[in-house]
Design a protein around this ligand. Structure first.
Ligand SMILES: Cc1cc2nc3c(=O)[nH]c(=O)nc-3n(C[C@H](O)[C@H](O)[C@H](O)COP(=O)(O)OP(=O)(O)OC[C@H]3O[C@@H](n4cnc5c(N)ncnc54)[C@H](O)[C@@H]3O)c2cc1C
Length: 427
């Protein structure tokens, strides 16, 4: 059983307490310490940066080297508001920062930046080293339970330490960098929303983003563990196409996922929450028009023997695991002789290859979502300082804010930029 004995308010020693040792919190803590502040970082898990260690499939896509304009296009919420933070600590600044910390970087397709080692742990360790180098006091197993506020000003925090004691610390500044609620096993369980809500901040409704989508298409059970490259996916909401993405996707036990689906998921989730109909159409042959595809099929058929099966033709056009599902979708027997396939059936094949339609019935929950959309309303946070407009000395950084972006390194850059700005503790 947890003890909850309270220990009295300790004398002021720290200039700032940073709550949460993720990407934003470590950047904020290190920056505050580098500029001469006494910093305490409280992290509830056994070690900091658990989420950073699993980013980019363990490789950490830490930022994106695209231009400011292209970068802004990939920020989905409050992009304008973020501009100050992003210009004070740009993607170039992030790259310089890690290179100075001894982490060699590589830029890959789509201008995505990774550590050359391919190890996300190098990024997590560099952030922690930055803090330790400037003597940030990092205390793990320390969950902040309350931020003490009086007369519109922060005067302390309460936290539960490793031994289950509640400690109070007197401090005039806190930086809330508690993240969102996605992948809660990493420690991000939405505590920052509660802290913000208690002092009257608006918390915009939180929902999963960059999350797999669930389809109740009858063929879905036959399409498992299939990766598709170079496909075009179109998102339809209430019958209208709202977004289109090109790249990779996969079918898994969770449903449709992979980069293009994750990028479409934000709009899909919002539409599902609005109870609108949602479907995704997959163009498996985006480089070919229907006419060129028709010619290609004619050529393939001409090369085949009359007794070859329809499945052989489909196999020549798509990856093997899709052959049976496509035959089922067309309701054409896979072992039908090619000489017996009707013109109508060839036309239906063209339609499916150019626009295979998957109704979307649901989305995967926060446990599988790369980021959380929604959060502390940016309209109540000073964009030049990250300080609350409601409570003096209360700052926000990272995913706890109502900011989110596409895949590609943008979300970590947001954490670094807002963390850096908050860490400057500007008034
Ligand atoms: C699987 C996965 C892969 C991803 N890959 C990428 C990628 O390659 N590139 C990219 O840009 N983005 C990626 N992201 C998104 C990115 O990781 C997050 O947007 C970013 O880490 C958010 O940083 P943060 O510091 O705001 O929050 P978090 O990283 O969530 O950190 C919050 C910290 O606060 C601590 N905490 C919470 N409450 C308390 C409390 N009460 N007291 C003390 N401590 C507390 C938590 O334990 C946690 O350590 C990925 C996310 C996931 C889940």
């Amino acid at each position: 059983m947890e003890e909850t004995m309270e220990i009295g308010l300790s004398h002021p020693y720290y200039d700032v307490v940073v709550i949460g040792g993720g990407a934003a919190g470590l950047m904020a803590a290190g920056t505050a310490a580098r500029t001469g502040k006494k910093v305490l970082l409280l992290e509830k898990m056994e070690k900091p940066a658990r989420k950073v260690r699993i980013t980019g499939k363990g490789r950490c896509n830490l930022t994106n080297a695209r231009s400011v304009e292209e970068f802004a296009e990939n920020v989905r919420t409050n992009g304008e508001w973020l501009k100050v933070a992003m210009s004070e600590f740009t993607n170039r600044a992030t790259m310089r920062f890690f290179e100075r910390m001894g982490v060699k970087l590589v830029t890959e397709r789509g201008e995505r930046v990774f550590p050359e080692s391919g190890k996300a742990a190098d990024i997590a360790n560099a952030l922690e080293f930055y803090c330790r180098d400037y003597e940030v006091d990092i205390q793990c197993h320390s969950r902040v339970t309350e931020i003490l506020v009086s007369d519109g000003k922060v005067y302390g925090v309460k936290y539960m330490n490793k031994r289950g004691f509640i400690r109070k610390i007197e401090v005039a500044n806190v930086i809330i960098a508690t993240g969102g609620v996605s992948y809660p096993a990493t420690g991000s369980t939405g505590d920052g929303y509660t802290f913000a809500d208690r002092v009257g901040h608006t918390v915009e409704s939180v929902r999963p983003s960059l999350t797999p989508l669930v389809s109740n298409h009858p063929q879905i059970e036959y399409i498992k563990n299939v990766w598709l490259k170079n496909i075009n996916a179109r998102l339809f909401v209430a019958g209208e196409m709202v977004r289109e993405e090109f790249g990779e996707m996969s079918f898994s036990d969770r449903g449709l996922e992979g980069a293009v689906i994750l990028r479409l998921s934000r709009d899909a989730v919002d539409a599902l929450l609005d109870e609108k109909s949602v479907k995704i159409e997959l163009d498996l042959k985006p480089a070919l028009t229907e006419d060129i595809l028709r010619e290609r099929i004619k050529r393939e058929v001409a090369e085949m023997r009359p007794e070859d099966f329809f499945a052989e033709l489909v196999r020549r056009l798509v990856p093997k695991p899709l052959v049976v599902p496509i035959c089922k979708e067309l309701d054409v027997h896979s072992r039908l002789y090619i000489s017996k396939v009707s013109d109508k059936e060839f036309e239906r094949l063209i339609k499916v290859l150019k626009g295979w339609s998957f109704p979307i019935s649901d989305y995967a929950p926060f446990e599988y979502a790369v980021v959380t959309a929604g959060g502390v309303s940016c309209s109540e946070v000073n964009e030049y300082t990250m300080e609350s407009l409601k409570v003096k000395g209360m700052y926000f950084a990272g995913e706890v804010l109502d900011v989110d972006a596409n895949t590609g390194g943008y979300n970590l850059q947001i954490a670094f930029s807002t963390g850096h700005l908050a860490g400057l503790l500007k008034k």
